[in-house]
Write a protein that binds this ligand. Structure first.
Ligand code: AHR
Length: 635
């Protein structure tokens, strides 16, 4: 295939071509990116997920029970754990409790910061320790002097530095105490928390390895709290921003939509700090009054929710003289965060023809749009459907398109975005290859993991969106994360397991990284112009920051045989010029995947220098099912 990349023409592309989308699914938040190690730390529950002692076990026969006290730690956290000695307690030994974490706990020789609240008179010390769940070997412990008082909740803080790394992740955290020092023979505990070092050292922050895996993708925006998690399982439980801020003891948590209670320790401020720490443009999702069980807030009752959205926006970007800006400042954030994008709802085209629920474009979206535009004319409003969902998006709003596809679909839909007009600004707020070719799509299962041909097809999709980067606001894969011990959605970019300490970067992560870290800021026209031959797909442009010229391609040839010969000439680049060529291939065929059980990687990356031959032509082969980037020039 002979391709000429012209030196001028094309169009400026979005300056946030790729980003991240996060929601608490598969324990991607609690027990995932959120670095808290203690599961069920504050005995939060709901009618859907009743309060329980899940995650906790007793030490030395201690009797553990849930207490709903008349004087709880806070209104938000009404339940606590009573710890008392029992007939099975050995009198000479301390009693206590252990937590198994989010199905394991990574213990290393590093500083852990912990805290817990106690109610009850106790004279003595608490011992906080980390140990093996298999052998009880202690890796480190610290004595915490009691400040507790009979009828008061008193917080205790400690720092724990293990003396050695644990050999695996099968560990627990324990607190023990001498029951003979208790006034009434028992103590109440709540909000028991333990954090390892966090990304950029943030208090209440993120797991470093997972945050770094996302940062490596060169993301430019964060869509949050993305997906179904915004909407809530029913009308009583959407994601409520004002219940996710402030001290942890004031956050009640809520029944999530993915089968578990969330703590909301990972709340609005944590999302915004994430944006600060990775330089991401926030795309804030606000609830449109539609719940996943089909419930909806009708037109006459929607006003307070529109007001609530305005309050949330003021909390984020209002100055400290405003009501909600002052609230933010009181939490230690005097400076506003920038906010230029607000999305109303999530996938609200899925009404299924049900009256009321299908009201999105009738009155729902217009009410939010009009109010936000009036107060914040510079904010780009995004509707949760797109022009691909049989909806007209009222200008100047953008739409949001979520293609979850078979690989062949991405191949066949390569030119789908070419017809977008300047008025069809579109965010791709979620995309992924989810179903195998020839299958029964949503009537069947998702693929077990991202797999190689799916990744190549995603590259084709990303190339198609970059070709139209003046109308595609940006694109993000979803979901991003899966805790292998509890999951609801199998095809995720990164998988991890606390007990085996394995974090797996899927085939899709490798593809996304290659494409997104070579972002272009301006497309350059090519000849042939179509951007594809039968199996080879490409886009070309000026590299991010200028200076470099980039060609990206994906070869969807699945029939084997010889590599596809590619000859790329950049106008103005002469014979002898040097370029870097990176090519990804799958070492285990189209169905190969990176298996979290084995930690194996089926993606082979080859980086090599190539030099322009006669006529300034770079010549190379693209193997079957491969993704490549050729980058020339610049410093
Ligand atoms: O990404 C998983 C889910 O897929 C999201 O929650 C939802 O928006 C979409 O249907």
């Amino acid at each position: 295939v002979d391709i000429t990349v012209h030196a001028s023409g094309g169009n400026k592309t979005s300056d946030m071509p790729y980003g991240l989308m996060h929601e608490d699914i598969n324990n991607a938040g609690d027990g995932g990116l959120y670095a808290e190690l203690i599961r069920n730390r504050a005995f939060q529950g709901s009618s859907r997920y009743p309060v329980s002692l899940s995650g906790w076990t007793s030490i030395n026969g201690a009797r553990l029970s849930i207490k709903n006290s008349s004087s709880p730690l806070s209104e938000a956290l009404p339940s606590s754990m009573t710890v008392a000695r029992s007939r099975n307690t050995t009198a000479s030994k301390p009693i206590g409790f252990a937590n198994a974490g989010f199905w394991g706990m990574d213990v290393r020789k590093q500083e852990y910061k912990g805290s817990f609240y106690v109610k009850g008179g106790y004279h003595g010390t608490f011992t906080a320790s980390l140990q093996s769940a298999l052998t009880n070997e202690s890796f480190g412990s610290v004595e915490v002097r009691s400040h507790s008082r009979p009828a008061e909740w008193v917080q205790h803080n400690f720092t724990l530095v293990p003396t050695k790394d644990a050999p695996n992740g099968n560990n627990t955290f324990a607190i023990t105490f001498d029951p003979s020092g208790c006034d009434g023979g028992s103590l109440e505990f709540n909000l028991i928390s333990l954090f390892p070092p966090t990304y950029k050292g943030r208090e209440n922050g993120f797991r470093i390895d997972i945050a770094e895996a996302f940062a490596a993708l060169n993301p430019k925006f964060l869509r949050f709290p993305g997906g179904n998690a915004l909407e809530g399982p029913d009308l009583a439980n959407p994601w409520k921003w004002n219940e996710t801020i402030g001290p942890l003891k004031n956050r009640p948590g809520r029944p999530g939509v993915w089968g578990y209670q969330t703590t909301d320790g990972f709340g609005l401020v944590e999302y915004l700090n994430w944006c600060t720490d990775m330089g991401l443009e926030p795309i804030l999702g606000i609830w449109a009054g539609l719940a996943l069980d089909g419930g909806y807030i009708n037109q006459t009752d929607l006003g307070p929710w529109v007001e609530d959205a305005l309050n949330e926006i003021e909390f984020i970007r209002g100055d400290a003289s405003t009501t909600y800006g002052a609230l933010r400042a009181s939490l230690g954030y005097p400076e506003p965060w920038p906010l230029k994008y607000v999305e109303v709802g999530n996938e609200d085209w899925l009404g299924g023809g049900v009256a009321g629920y299908d009201s999105y474009m009738d009155y729902r979206f217009p009410m939010f749009k009009d109010a936000i535009e009036a107060a914040y004319p510079d904010i780009q409003i995004i509707a949760s459907p797109s022009v691909y969902d049989n909806m007209t998006i009222p200008l100047p709003a953008a739409g949001d398109y979520h293609p979850y596809r078979m690989p062949d679909d991405f191949y066949n839909e390569f030119h789908k975005f070419d017809n977008l007009t300047a008025d069809n600004l579109t965010l791709v707020g979620e995309f992924a290859a989810t179903h195998v070719n020839g299958g029964i799509r949503w009537a069947g299962n998702l693929s077990a993991f991202p797999w190689w041909i799916g990744g190549v097809a995603e590259a084709i999709f990303m190339i198609s969106s970059e070709r139209n980067g003046d109308r595609i606001l940006g694109a993000t894969y979803a979901p991003l994360l899966r805790n292998m011990n509890r999951w609801q959605w199998s095809v995720c970019m990164v998988e991890f397991e606390a007990d085996t300490r394995k974090t797996t970067f899927s085939t899709s992560w490798h593809v996304f990284k290659l494409i997104a870290t070579h972002a272009i800021s301006h497309t350059l026209p090519t000849s042939p112009a179509a951007g594809n031959t039968t199996s080879l797909f490409w886009v070309a442009g000026m590299g991010e920051g200028g200076g470099k010229r980039v060609w990206k391609g994906a070869n969807y040839n699945t029939t084997g045989g010889a590599d596809t010969d590619v000859r790329v000439a950049f106008e103005g680049i002469e014979e002898g010029a040097r370029a870097e060529l990176t090519v990804l291939t799958g070492t285990d065929g189209p169905w190969g995947y990176n298996d979290p059980a084995t930690g194996g990687n089926v993606v082979e990356e080859r980086v090599r220098e190539v030099w322009a031959g006669r006529g300034g032509v770079f010549e190379f082969g693209m193997p079957e099912l491969s993704v490549g980037v050729l980058e020339v020039g610049g410093s």
